[in-house]
Design a binder for this molecule. Structure first.
Ligand SMILES: O=C(O)CCC(=O)C(=O)O
Length: 301
C-alpha cells in the first residue's frame, strides 16, 4: 500500500482520491528569492518553453537542485512525510507566447503498485488563464497504468482531445500556493498569453526506501530499457533524449509492458461520481483555443 505522502490525514485522503491537492505553503516574499536565483543563474537566451532539467550543464542543474531542495527543506517539513525525499528539482519556464504543454503524466520513478511518487509544483506568480493556467484531470491517476519516460509513447494520445475537453479542470493558483500531484495524474497548461515569463519550480518526491527507476525506449531494438536510479546524480547527469549509461541498465522489457491509460474504466468511474467537466471549463478551453489560433501559437492537439 502507498505510504502516506502528506502528514495531514484529510489532505492525504484527497490526494489519494483526486490525485492532487492545493496547499498554501509559502509567503510571496520568500518566493521572490527563488525568482531572483533563477534570473541571476540562468542563461537568458531562451525563447521557447523549457525545463531546466534539459539544460546540458551539470553544474547549473546541480546548483538548481541544491538551491530548491534547501529552499523547500524546512518549509515543507511539517506537511510532507519524512518517508519521502526530493530526488530532483527543476524550473519550468514559459516565456510570453510560448507553446502549450501537452496533456501528460510525469515520468515513472517507482513501481507504482506499492510506491507512488509526487510532484510539488510551485508557481512563482499567480497562475490564471492569462498565463496558461494549470489544468488537471481529477482521478486520472487511478487509471494511468502506463510506464512514462522521456522518449516513451504518450499513451493517452488517442483520447487526448476528449480527455481535455470533457474531464479536465483549471486550477487557479495564487503566488504562495503550491499544487501537489501524483506523478500519474494527467495535466497540462496552455500557452502563456501574458507579457511576462511564467516561472514555476518542481520538486519530485519519491519514497526513501523503495527502488527507483528511469525508462528509456530503444527504438532500434524495440525494447523498453529499465535503469536503476541510485540517487539524484543519475538524473542530473542525463542528456536530453540520450540513453543512460549501460551500467545502470537492469532490464530490457518488451514494449507491451508499457500499458495504457484505461479510458473506459476512467469514464465509468467519473460518470459514477459525476465529476464530468462543467460547461464553464469547456467554454474556457474553446476560448483559449481561439486565442491560440489568433496569436499563432502552436496548435492544440
Ligand atoms: O509549468 C507548467 O506549465 C506545468 C508543469 C508541468 O506540467 C510539469 O512539471 O509536469
Amino acid at each position: 500500500m502507498d505510504k502516506p505522502f502528506l502528514n495531514k490525514k484529510d489532505l492525504n485522503s484527497k490526494l489519494l482520491k483526486d490525485g492532487y491537492v492545493k496547499l498554501s505553503l509559502f509567503v510571496p516574499e520568500q518566493l521572490k528569492k527563488v525568482r531572483d536565483f533563477f534570473f541571476s543563474e540562468t542563461p537568458k537566451n531562451y525563447q521557447t518553453m523549457f525545463s531546466t532539467f534539459f539544460i546540458q550543464d551539470y553544474e547549473y542543474k546541480k546548483a538548481v537542485n541544491t538551491f530548491l531542495n534547501q529552499f523547500i527543506g524546512t518549509r515543507i517539513k511539517h506537511q510532507i512525510s519524512s518517508e519521502y525525499y526530493s530526488i530532483f528539482s527543476n524550473f519550468m519556464v514559459k516565456p510570453p507566447m510560448s507553446e502549450n504543454l501537452l496533456l501528460h503524466s510525469d515520468w515513472t520513478y517507482t513501481d507504482e503498485i506499492e510506491n507512488y511518487s509526487y510532484n510539488l509544483w510551485v508557481p512563482l506568480e499567480n497562475i490564471n488563464s492569462n498565463n496558461g493556467g494549470l489544468w488537471v484531470v481529477p482521478k486520472s491517476h487511478q487509471f494511468m497504468n502506463a510506464i512514462r519516460g522521456i522518449n516513451l509513447p504518450r499513451v493517452q494520445y488517442l483520447n487526448e482531445f476528449e480527455i481535455q475537453n470533457r474531464y479536465s479542470i483549471p486550477l487557479n493558483v495564487n503566488f504562495g500556493e503550491a499544487i501537489i500531484w501524483n506523478s500519474r495524474l494527467l495535466h497540462f497548461s496552455f500557452p502563456n498569453f501574458s507579457k511576462k515569463t511564467r516561472l514555476a519550480f518542481s520538486n519530485f518526491f519519491v519514497p526513501k526506501t523503495c527502488n527507483k527507476y528511469y525508462y528509456f525506449f530503444d527504438y532500434d531494438k524495440n525494447k523498453l530499457n529499465k535503469y536503476e536510479v541510485k540517487d539524484s546524480n543519475f538524473l542530473l547527469t542525463q542528456t536530453y533524449n540520450q540513453p543512460p549509461d549501460i551500467k545502470y541498465l537492469t532490464q530490457k522489457l518488451e514494449p507491451n509492458v508499457i500499458g495504457k491509460f484505461d479510458i473506459h474504466k476512467f469514464k465509468k468511474q467519473v460518470r459514477k461520481s459525476s465529476i464530468i467537466n462543467s460547461y464553464k471549463s469547456w467554454k474556457l478551453i474553446n476560448k483559449t483555443k481561439k486565442l491560440m489560433l489568433q496569436e499563432g501559437t502552436s496548435p492544440f492537439t
